[in-house]
Design a protein around this ligand. Structure first.
Ligand SMILES: Cc1cc2nc3c(=O)[nH]c(=O)nc-3n(C[C@H](O)[C@H](O)[C@H](O)COP(=O)(O)OP(=O)(O)OC[C@H]3O[C@@H](n4cnc5c(N)ncnc54)[C@H](O)[C@@H]3O)c2cc1C
Ligand code: SF4
Length: 479
C-alpha cells in the first residue's frame, strides 16, 4: 500500500519527486496533502449516499461515484478501481485535472449544504494510482483479433479512449499523430505540475502493450491525405483537437518575445520531459528573472502564469478584460495562481506593445463593464484616458484556440465543417459527411475538457463498432 501520493512536480522531474514533503510544501503555499488510504477512506465515508447522485449526473462520463466511494470507504479498493475504470479510460488523469468545482464536486449535496464537498477527484486519482501500484492495471489481451482495421488521427484523450475501447473488441488499431509523443494536450499542453507526464506515458505504454500501433511524427495533410488513410483502413476517426491560436492584432504585435501560449507551454513541457529545447535553453522561452505578462483569463492563461512562477520569473501579471467574477477559468486555478504570487490586473485590455525589436512595455486601457451583450455577459467598454504602462520582457497570449482548416489541410474539400470550423458530425452517430469517417473531442466541440474528449472517444468507438459490424454483414450478404 503506498503511503503517499503527491502531485507536486517541478519542471525537469518526470518521476514522482523524492525530496522530502516539508521541503516541497515550502516551495509554494498551495496545499498538496499526502493522500493516504486512511484519508481516502475518511473522505469516501463522508459521502451521504444521498439517493439522488447529483455528482454522477454532473460527471460527463456518468461515473458511478457513490458506489466507488462506498467501496473505498469499506477498503474494497480493487472493486472500487474496477468500477471506476469501467466508465473512464483515464480516471487518474481526470482525478487530477477535471475542474471538479464545476462538475462532480460542485454538485455534491454536502457541498451544497455548506459542509465542504467530498473530494471526489482526489479519491478517483487515489483509487487508480493505487491500482497501478498493486499491478491491477494490465494490457488488454485479445483472444481473437478481428481482421478489420481502424485508423485514428490524433493521440489525445479522445483518440486514445476510442483506441482502447475498440481494441478491447479485438479490432486492429493504428493511431497517427504529428507530435513525437502520444498524449496530445495531456503531454504538451497541460503543465507537469498539474499532470505529471509519467502518468500519461504510463497509459500510452499500456495501450502499446495492448497491441495498438502508434505512428508518431506523422502529419495527416503532409505525410498522407485523408483519402489515402480511408483506403488503408475500414474506418477512420479524426480526433485532432484545436490548435489555431487566437491572437490580438495591435500596434507592435510583430515585436519579438510575444508568444502564443502553446509555444511557451510546449517548450516548458518538452524541457520537463528531458528534451533539448533551443529556444528555452537560450533563454527566449524561459521566464526566469523576467517580467512576464499573460493576456487572457481562461485555464490556459492560468497554466502560463503558474508555469512562469515555477520558472522563477521576476514578476508575473495576468491581464483580463473582465473582473474576477466573470473569468472563464476555474475559480480554483485563479485562487492557486493568486496564492503563488501572480498579480491579476482585472478590467484591463492591452492597447499597444512598445519596444525596439523586442517588447519592453504594454500600453493598457482600463475597462468598465457595460450592459450584458448577446451572450448575456457584461460587455467590456474601454474607459477614455485610462491608459497605463506595464513592463514586460515576455508577453504570452492565451486567448483561446480555433480549429485549423481541416478540409484544406487534409486535401479533402468535401469534408464538411460548421461555421466555427469544427467538424460537422451526425449528432447520433458522430460520423462526418464522409462515410466511415468519424470525429471526436475538441475538433467537434471546440476547445473543451479532457473528460468530454474521453466521453466523445467512447461514444465514437461505439458508433464505429456498429459501422464495422454492418460493413462485415454487408460483405457476407454480397458473398
Ligand atoms: C494549456 C491547456 C491546459 C488545459 N488544461 C486542462 C485541464 O486542466 N483540464 C481539462 O479537463 N482540460 C484541459 N485542457 C483541455 C484539454 O486538454 C482538451 O480539451 C483535450 O486534450 C482535447 O482532447 P482531444 O483528444 O480532442 O485533442 P488533443 O488533446 O488536442 O489531441 C489531438 C492530437 O491530434 C494530433 N493532430 C492534430 N492534427 C494532426 C494531423 N494533421 N495529423 C496527425 N495528428 C494530428 C495532435 O498532435 C494531438 O496529439 C487544457 C488545454 C490546454 C491547451
Ligand atoms: S471524471 Fe471528472 S467529473 Fe467525473 S468524477 Fe472524475 S473528476 Fe469528477
Amino acid at each position: 500500500m503506498p503511503n503517499k501520493m503527491l502531485t507536486f512536480v517541478k519542471i525537469g522531474q518526470q518521476t514522482p519527486p523524492k525530496r522530502d514533503v516539508d521541503k516541497r510544501k515550502q516551495d509554494f503555499k498551495e496545499i498538496y496533502k499526502d493522500f493516504i488510504h486512511g484519508k481516502a477512506g475518511e473522505q469516501s465515508s463522508r459521502c451521504s449516499q444521498c439517493g439522488v447522485p447529483f455528482c454522477q449526473i454532473h460527471c460527463p462520463l456518468s461515473n458511478n461515484i457513490p458506489d466507488w466511494l462506498k467501496l473505498t470507504a469499506e477498503g474494497r479498493l480493487k472493486e472500487a478501481y474496477e468500477l471506476s475504470q469501467s466508465t473512464n479510460n483515464m480516471p487518474e488523469v481526470c482525478g487530477r485535472i477535471c475542474p471538479q468545482d464545476r462538475l462532480c464536486e460542485g454538485n455534491c449535496v454536502i457541498e451544497q449544504s455548506g459542509h465542504g464537498t467530498v473530494t471526489i477527484g482526489s479519491v478517483e486519482k487515489y483509487i487508480t494510482d493505487n491500482a497501478w501500484e498493486q499491478g491491477w492495471v494490465n494490457p488488454i489481451k485479445i483472444k481473437n483479433e478481428k481482421n478489420q482495421s481502424v485508423g485514428i488521427i490524433g493521440a489525445g484523450p479522445a483518440g486514445l479512449a476510442a483506441a482502447e475501447q475498440l481494441r478491447k473488441l479485438g479490432y486492429q488499431i493504428t493511431v497517427y499523430d504529428r507530435y513525437d509523443r502520444a498524449g496530445g494536450l495531456l503531454i504538451y499542453g497541460i503543465p507537469n505540475f498539474k499532470l505529471e507526464k509519467f502518468i500519461v506515458e504510463r497509459r500510452t505504454k499500456l495501450l502499446e502493450k495492448s497491441g495498438i500501433k502508434f505512428i508518431q511524427s506523422f502529419e495527416v495533410g503532409k505525410d498522407s491525405t485523408l483519402d489515402q488513410l480511408r483506403k488503408k483502413h475500414d474506418v477512420l476517426l479524426i480526433a485532432t483537437g484545436v490548435y489555431k491560436a487566437r491572437e490580438i492584432e495591435l500596434p507592435g504585435s510583430a515585436l519579438g518575445n510575444i508568444f502564443p501560449a502553446m509555444e511557451f507551454l510546449t517548450a516548458s513541457n518538452k524541457k520537463g520531459l528531458g528534451d533539448k529545447v533551443k529556444l528555452f535553453d537560450d533563454g527566449t522561452l524561459n521566464a526566469e528573472g523576467k517580467d512576464i505578462v499573460v493576456i487572457g483569463g481562461g485555464d490556459t492563461a492560468m497554466d502560463c502564469v503558474r508555469t512562469s512562477i515555477r520558472q522563477n520569473a521576476k514578476s508575473v501579471k495576468c491581464l483580463y478584460r473582465r473582473d474576477k467574477e466573470n473569468m472563464p477559468g476555474s475559480a480554483r486555478e485563479v485562487a492557486n495562481a493568486e496564492e503563488e504570487g501572480v498579480e491579476f490586473v482585472w478590467l484591463s485590455s492591452p492597447k499597444e506593445f512598445i519596444g525596439t525589436n523586442k517588447v519592453k512595455e504594454l500600453v493598457v486601457n482600463s475597462i468598465k463593464l457595460g450592459e450584458p451583450d448577446d451572450s448575456g455577459r457584461k460587455k467590456p467598454d474601454v474607459q477614455k484616458n485610462s491608459e497605463f504602462n506595464i513592463k514586460a520582457d515576455i508577453v504570452i497570449q492565451a486567448l483561446g484556440f480555433d480549429p485549423e482548416n481541416l478540409p484544406k489541410l487534409f486535401s479533402s474539400d468535401d469534408l464538411r465543417v460548421t461555421k466555427w470550423g469544427t467538424l460537422k458530425t451526425n449528432f447520433d452517430t458522430m460520423e462526418t459527411n464522409l462515410p466511415g469517417v468519424f470525429a471526436a473531442g475538441d475538433i467537434i466541440r471546440g476547445a473543451s475538457l479532457v473528460v468530454w474528449a474521453i466521453k466523445d472517444g467512447r461514444d465514437a468507438a461505439e458508433a464505429m463498432k456498429n459501422f464495422l459490424e454492418n460493413k462485415e454483414l454487408r460483405k457476407e450478404w454480397v458473398a
